[in-house]
Write a protein that binds this ligand. Structure first.
Ligand code: DX5
Ligand code: ZN
Length: 216
C-alpha cells in the first residue's frame, strides 16, 4: 500500500522539519486536510498554506477537501500545486462537474465518503474517478478511533472496481495505525492515510513501513 501521512497531526511549529522527516522516512504522498468549519466542526488551512507546503516538498500533495460547495474553490486549490484532490459527496450536489473540472486540470480526482454514507451513493461515479476516499472516522479531527464497521464498505468498493475492471484506487483515512492496517489492507485499500499513526510515533520510517507492509 502507498502511505500518505496527514500533516494535521504534525507539530505546526515545525512544519518544514516534519514534512522533510516524512519525505525521508518514505512517504508516498502528503495528505492535506482542508476543513472549513461548516462541513466539519474544525478549521485548518486554505490554498495559501497548501502553496507554501508545495514549496517545501517534492512529495505529491493529496488534498482532502472537507468544505461545503467545493466547486467554488477548486481552481484556487489546484493553482496552489496539488497532484491529488478529493471532495465529499455529502458536500455538493455537483460531483460530476467537480470530477471533470479537477481532471481537466491534470489533477487526480477523488470522491470522499463519510462512515455513515452508503457506497451506493457514489458507485455510479467510480468509473470516472481516479480514487475513492473512504473515511473510517467522522471527519474533523486527527487521533480518533478507527471505525471497524466501515471495513465491509471498503470491500464493497474494491469488489465493485474489480468486477467492472475500473482503474479507480481506494484510499482509506481515519484512525489507521499498525494495529488495524492489516485489516484495511485486506479489505482492499491501495493507499492509507495516517495522522497520529505516524506523527505521534517515535520513529516515522518504522511507522510508515509497518503501515505499508501490513499484508505481512
Ligand atoms: C480526519 C482527516 C484525517 C485524519 C487522519 O478528518 O481527514 O486525514 O487527520 O488522522 P488520524 O490517522 O490520526 O485519524
Ligand atoms: Zn483526510
Amino acid at each position: 500500500m502507498k502511505v500518505a501521512p496527514s500533516i494535521i497531526a504534525a507539530r505546526f511549529t515545525e512544519f518544514q522539519k516534519e514534512i522533510k522527516s516524512v519525505e525521508i522516512a518514505g512517504a508516498d504522498l502528503l495528505h492535506l486536510d482542508v476543513m472549513d468549519g461548516v462541513f466539519v466542526p474544525n478549521i485548518t488551512f486554505g490554498p495559501m498554506v497548501v502553496q507554501a507546503m508545495n514549496e517545501l516538498t517534492q512529495l505529491e500533495l493529496d488534498a482532502h477537501l472537507m468544505i461545503t460547495k467545493p466547486e467554488n474553490y477548486l481552481m484556487q486549490f489546484i493553482e496552489a500545486g496539488l497532484d491529488w484532490m478529493s471532495f465529499h459527496c455529502e458536500a455538493t450536489d455537483r460531483p460530476e462537474h467537480c470530477i471533470k473540472y479537477i481532471q481537466g486540470q491534470n489533477v487526480k480526482a477523488g470522491l470522499a465518503i463519510n462512515p455513515g454514507t452508503p457506497f451506493g451513493v457514489i458507485k455510479n461515479y467510480v468509473e470516472m474517478l481516479d480514487y475513492v476516499l473512504i473515511m473510517t472516522v467522522n471527519p474533523g479531527f486527527y487521533g480518533q478511533k478507527f471505525m471497524a464497521e466501515v471495513l465491509p464498505k471498503i470491500e464493497e468498493a474494491k469488489n465493485w472496481i474489480t468486477k467492472h475492471e475500473l482503474h479507480c484506487l481506494v484510499e482509506v483515512d481515519g484512525g489507521i495505525s499498525n494495529i488495524n492496517a492489516v485489516q484495511v489492507c485486506s479489505a482492499g485499500a491501495d493507499i492509507v492515510v495516517a495522522g497520529a499513526g505516524i506523527f505521534k510515533m517515535p520513529d516515522y520510517a518504522k511507522a510508515i513501513e509497518e503501515l505499508r507492509c501490513s499484508k505481512g
